[in-house]
Design a protein around this ligand. Structure first.
Ligand SMILES: CC(C)(COP(=O)(O)OP(=O)(O)OC[C@H]1O[C@@H](n2cnc3c(N)ncnc32)[C@H](O)[C@@H]1OP(=O)(O)O)[C@@H](O)C(=O)NCCC(=O)NCCS
Length: 474
């Protein structure tokens, strides 16, 4: 990409400079030549060597993104991740992933307007607050939230269903209609006020319920996930969710709705970069999980719910939270060597290192490390975390890096970045989900165009019992 360094993001050009320096270093240490066997159309069926966990298996063709694991490069729709982080923004990257090309000016304006409209989910939030969100795993709350989004009971989330001021005080009137008869009764016992003029379910609600599979559903999810995540964060810290700000970007809104404070340009920019970095990453476990669900022709909301469930695991999205815990446990840069020696002797895994695909330095970690350092400059605690991370990284690269090509992955520095941005530890994984929704939905849309239900096989190594023994004789 040939862009004058300072032509974009002028206010935060220091961040751009750090990203471009990381790109430069990546170019010096490796090159971005694609692997021919993974970047050319194949004739199906394709031959490949498959390991456990489907390692090496080719499941489909895609134009959305490419991870060059051997060299440490990441590409979305033809653009390398360094350039996207240096020059673009999350909204534009979402458009790129969903449409396979960059938007022109008017398309971008329209896309941003759609994203903004999709942030209006008051009824979904009300429904979700009926659950014990403060005591639940935030990823479980997020999954509930996506189910609520799917139920077009949330037609009330549509702008035209907004209550007028005098009706807004009648809380019963905008509660859920309980249509289900209690057992033994032939009508609903709990029937809230219905049929109050504009509270009647509009005919369009039915139509939108049917569109749980298209582009609008993707946009709805991309935006609404950020609102849900911020609300979950607020509720967990005993605060009331706050309304999104119509003049802020996706990244700034996420921070604003979580913290209640309009972020500085640098905070907004770094949040934006973190969202871009996590937006897509090949056939990772959560993307694959969401695609498997989509391949049954279930809808996008169910599919994204599967992605959230898969992302929750500590081997996937949960690792960044564990990294921060680990760095706190180590305590200081001086302790890293002894701590690591003990873990290594016990053959324990070090969180934030290693990757199924990358056998080189993860480009996302290349970008996040200097941003963590930048943010931690004026924050004593974060500075200690960062320096401890750097010290541990040196130890790990010296051993596991050399022996097994194990390097820091995206989760190693993202937790420090999020900490500096005021995001609580237990919200790191939901924030990852907010970003990855663009990749999940884009890949679902692309896959179902030429859908084939996923159905691998397992090798059966159990026995064959010929005679059934009745229970009492066993
Ligand atoms: C990401 C991860 C699940 C990839 O797993 P994988 O491709 O199945 O690789 P394996 O777990 O089989 O590891 C291969 C070898 O590297 C070692 N290894 C992998 N990650 C390691 C880590 N973080 N620390 C120490 N050793 C590690 C394994 O012990 C194994 O060694 P062996 O061959 O002597 O048995 C794995 O690297 C891991 O658990 N990392 C920590 C969690 C994490 O940071 N996840 C975020 C991913 S973005």
């Amino acid at each position: 990409m040939n862009v004058e360094k300072d032509s974009l993001h002028q206010e935060t050009h220091e961040i751009t400079d750090l990203i471009l320096a990381a790109k430069e270093k990546a170019y010096q240490e490796t090159d971005d030549t694609p692997e021919p066997e993974l970047t050319q159309s194949v004739g199906w069926p394709v031959e490949c060597t498959v390991g456990p966990g489907l390692e090496g298996a080719i499941a489909c063709e895609t134009k959305i993104g490419y991870v060059n694991g051997g060299k440490g490069w990441l590409v979305y729709g033809g653009y390398n991740i360094f350039d996207l982080c240096a020059y673009s923004n999350y909204e534009e990257v979402s458009f790129l992933l969903l449409n396979g090309r960059m938007p022109n000016k008017s398309e971008f304006t329209e896309f941003k307007q759609k994203l903004m409209a999709a942030r209006h989910i008051p009824n979904t939030l009300r429904l979700m607050m009926g659950f014990p969100v403060q005591d639940m795993n935030p990823m479980a709350s997020l999954r509930i939230g996506t189910n609520m989004l799917r139920q077009r009971l949330t037609w009330r989330d549509m702008a035209k269903a907004k209550p007028s001021e005098e009706l807004a005080v009648e809380t019963d009137a905008d509660a859920i209609d309980m249509d289900i008869p209690q057992s033994g009764q032939d009508h609903a016992t709990y029937e809230f006020k219905r049929g109050h003029g504009q509270f009647n379910k509009p005919a369009s609600a039915r139509e939108s319920q049917d569109d749980a599979e298209g582009m609008d559903a993707c946009i709805h999810l991309i935006s609404a996930m950020s609102v849900l995540t911020a609300a979950i964060s607020r509720i967990r810290s005993d605060h009331i969710p706050i309304e999104w700000h119509p003049e802020l970007s996706h990244a700034a809104n996420l921070l604003y709705m979580m913290t209640g404070r309009i972020p500085t340009p640098v905070e907004e920019r770094i949040m934006d970069v973190a969202l871009i970095l996590h937006a897509d990453h090949g056939m990772n476990a959560s993307t694959f999980a969401s695609m498997v669900v989509a391949s049954t022709l279930s809808d996008i909301y169910f599919s994204v719910g599967a992605g959230i469930a898969a992302l929750n695991g500590p081997l996937h999205g949960g690792a960044n939270e564990m990294v921060v815990k680990m760095l706190k446990e180590i305590g200081s840069p001086d302790n890293a060597k002894a701590w690591y020696a003990e873990k290594r002797a016990n053959k324990e895994k070090i969180m934030g290192f290693g990757h199924r695909v990358y056998k080189a330095y993860d480009p996302r970690a290349r970008i996040l490390a200097p941003l963590a350092e930048y943010l931690a400059r004026d924050n004593v605690q974060a500075r200690k975390l960062y320096e401890t991370a750097k010290s541990l990284e040196g130890e790990v690269i010296e051993t596991l890096g050399k022996d097994k090509k194990i390097f820091p992955n995206v989760d190693y520095y993202s937790g420090i970045v999020y900490t500096c941005l005021g995001i609580p530890d237990d919200m790191f994984t939901p924030v990852f989900a907010v970003s990855r929704t663009a990749g999940w939905t884009a890949r679902i849309l692309e896959y179902i165009e030429n859908n084939r239900i996923f159905r691998p096989r397992a090798i059966y190594t159990g026995g064959f019992v010929t005679d059934y023994t009745p229970l009492e004789q066993r």
